[in-house]
Design a binder for this molecule. Sequence first.
Ligand code: 1GP
Length: 255
Amino acid sequence: MLKIGKVESYIHEKLKEEKLHFVLLDPEDVSPGLASKLAKISEKVGVDAIMVGGSTGAEGEVLDGVVKAIKENSNLPVILFPGSHGGLSKHADAVFFMSLLNSRNPFFITGAQALGAFKVKHYGIEPIPMAYLVVEPGETAGWVSDANLIPRHKPKIAAAYALAGQYMGMRLVYLEAGSGAPGHVPNEMIKVVKSAIDVPLIVGGGIRTYEDAKEVVQSGADIIVTGTAIEKAGSLEESKKRLESIIKGVKEVSP
Ligand code: 1GP
């Protein structure tokens, strides 16, 4: 019998109380040393989980080193955010077992998933099924995964994919504008998607400030993800400052 795992239950329990903020670290951009410092700061200021992954080089030893460093230096759950079946590490707690529903290439919809499935089982990582939808501009993730980018002014297309994902059994929907996108997923699109689905909605890409975080959450995101703003802040002090203001924007909105 299928059981909901520890990390997914943790997410659901927390969502009863508040909106959540996950930090994404890409092992291509952060060393294990920096990752451990950022994880410590994240835990201290109230981040809810750390995601680890990337579209281009987050694999093998580079990935393992960063996941291990985070696990050794914080108690936050570490959830993999793989670009393909290469993005798996046995040191992580869970993996967003995601299908990029609007890709033109079946590899990103079911192929990488088949290649990674037994590895997830053998490693004992908790898989959390997730519909992953890439919205314009999509940045590197959109290019690498050959996404048929959802136009920013077409919220209904995003909602149709999201609902289809839910009906196919996915228990989370992730709306992605792409890491480093100049602007986050439009508020109107978040609203329309949220009103169509019953599973938690994650929004990421281009969220940098208190204002961004607050409007994304007010529009209906249950969980926001920030990567670039924290990874590329220039100093640990600045990362901490940015995290604190983004979290303020998230936690001010009640569930
Ligand atoms: C990318 O949604 C995440 O997959 C985070 O994006 O780096 O723009 O915060 P940013």
